[in-house]
Ligand binder design. Structure first.
Ligand code: FMN
Length: 177
């Protein structure tokens, strides 16, 4: 999957929830984070911060504190060789946009990983309090995403996407595309 074109990469990324037992080196993680730095952000404030977790006990802790019904949605946290936690500290002036900023960075992370042959999954089902405690994050930190990553051991079919006509309007909401 190396050196795929940008458009092809955008269309072929999948959420990967099963990984090979193969370590991901720091050099690769740094290459991905170097790309992430180029994500757009409000007033170029770059509020994104990442904690990279490989420790098994920490991964178990990251997954804790969830209601039973949603635990299956986060099982890959403990199985992935590496987990990124994306968070920010709210600023008074820019807080309206900072979730968007960090989301942009997370999307860049997923896509850069894909371009380098790693599978990822954005996990929204986590206990923010549990994650903050496990990682010693500041009290006012906002956790945006937990991202699992590793060499892929599955090749899922694309999930269905809505057609353009369902998501687009001409000029105003009352005229479909
Ligand atoms: C904000 C957000 C939260 C998500 N939370 C979870 C999650 O908790 N667990 C999970 O397995 N996948 C999660 N996903 C992945 C979505 O299920 C996935 O992106 C969607 O089904 C489309 O599949 P695809 O990424 O393979 O195209 C999340 C994705 C986003 C963007």
């Amino acid at each position: 999957m190396n050196d795929i074109s940008l458009i092809e990469g955008l269309k072929t990324r999948r959420s990967i929830r099963s990984y090979l037992d193969k370590p991901v080196p720091d050099s690769l993680i740094e290459e991905l984070l170097d790309v992430v730095r180029w994500a757009p952000s409000s007033s170029n404030n770059q509020p994104w911060r990442f904690v990279v977790v490989r420790d098994q006990q920490k991964k178990e802790n990251l997954r804790g504190g969830l209601r039973d019904a949603v635990i299956p949605f986060s099982k890959h946290i403990v199985e992935a060789p590496v987990v990124f936690v994306a968070w920010y500290t709210p600023s008074i002036i820019l807080k309206k946009w900072q979730i968007s900023d960090v989301s942009n960075a997370v999307t860049y992370l997923l896509l850069a990983a894909h371009a380098r042959g790693l599978g990822t999954c954005w996990i929204g089902w986590f206990s923010e309090e549990r994650v903050k405690k496990t990682l010693n994050l500041p009290r006012n930190a906002v956790v945006v995403a937990v991202v699992t990553a590793g060499y892929t051991s599955e090749n899922p079919e694309p999930r269905r996407r809505k057609p353009i006509s369902d998501i687009t309007y001409r000029e105003t909401f009352d005229t479909s595309w």
